[in-house]
Design a protein around this ligand. Structure first.
Ligand code: ZN
Length: 274
């Protein structure tokens, strides 16, 4: 089978619409041809995405129904076996499906697609996993050692924000590195008497703040602090230059805000371009 032939049949294969003999020969081709294999896996992925989007809450119900029940897009059940005199519609179908995808589904898909779970929210889950011991951290002797370890783990590109939390009897005990949506996040864990604070540092902007957060502007630091909570856990988000720092803890929000605020560096005034 040649690539052109294989590619014409890929959509039908994804939809499980090919009779056995054709399926065997295209599968044989896919085994040897990485280019067609890539197209096949992309079509599979696209179909999954479209299904997910179609099943998503945000899709206009009418459009969703239309797409999900359009036999040109999604086969409801395998059709009868197609003999040697192949039905011309089999070749038309992938083209129609593609046109529908481009015209109807993709705009909806892109509108609805969340740009990955925001780090500001995954921070809650990571904090809980650390507190419960589900996510192990690397314990180090001193706050300096923890900072060094985390700094080196991102090839010295950025260092974790260091907090002096001694006023709350909290001390850095360890850390770990996580990756969310392709971005490395440095995690430092502070512990005190029965309380733990998880601090996140990553490269970002204030657009990384969760949309529903309350914004508190601290004039003395010329810095915005974003506060938000989930299930009794509180978070304070602020920017230090190119870095985003988030503190997550069970500590009451005013206390957590005080900690973040007292440790923040004042944002330098914008420099006129040189
Ligand atoms: Zn090929």
């Amino acid at each position: 089978m040649r690539c052109e032939e294989a590619q014409e049949l890929i959509t039908a294969l994804v939809d499980k619409q090919l009779p056995g003999s054709e399926r065997a020969s295209i599968e044989g081709h896919l085994k040897d041809c990485s280019r067609c294999q890539l197209i096949y896996s992309q079509e599979l992925e696209l179909k999954r995405e479209v299904r997910k989007a179609g099943a998503g809450l945000g899709a206009p119900a009418e459009l969703r129904e239309k797409i999900l029940h359009d036999p040109r897009v999604f086969a409801q059940k395998p059709t009868r076996s197609i003999g040697p005199a192949r039905d011309a519609r089999l070749y038309l179908r992938p083209a129609l499906a593609l046109a529908l995808l481009i015209l109807l589904v993709l705009p909806v898909l892109y509108m609805m697609r969340p740009a990955g779970r925001p780090i500001s929210l995954t921070a809650f889950e990571t904090h809980e996993k650390i507190v419960s011991g589900e996510l192990p951290i690397i314990r180090a002797g001193s706050p300096e050692e923890i900072k060094e370890m985390l700094y080196h783990s991102v090839d010295d590109k950025f260092a974790p924000m260091t907090y002096d939390l001694s006023m709350m009897n909290l001390k850095a005990v360890g850390g770990t590195v996580r990756e969310f949506g392709g971005r490395k996040v440095l995690v430092t864990v502070y512990e005190g008497e029965g309380i733990s604070v998880t601090c996140y540092t990553f490269l970002g902007t204030e657009r990384d703040a969760p949309p529903g957060a309350e914004i508190f502007f601290a004039a003395e630091k010329t810095t915005n602090f974003y506060t938000y909570s989930r299930a009794g856990i509180n978070a304070v988000f602020h920017r230090e230059g190119k870095l985003i720092c988030i503190l997550v803890s069970k500590l009451p929000l005013p206390e957590l805000l005080t900690l973040a605020r007292s440790n923040a560096q004042p944002t330098p005034p914008a420099q006129p371009p040189a």
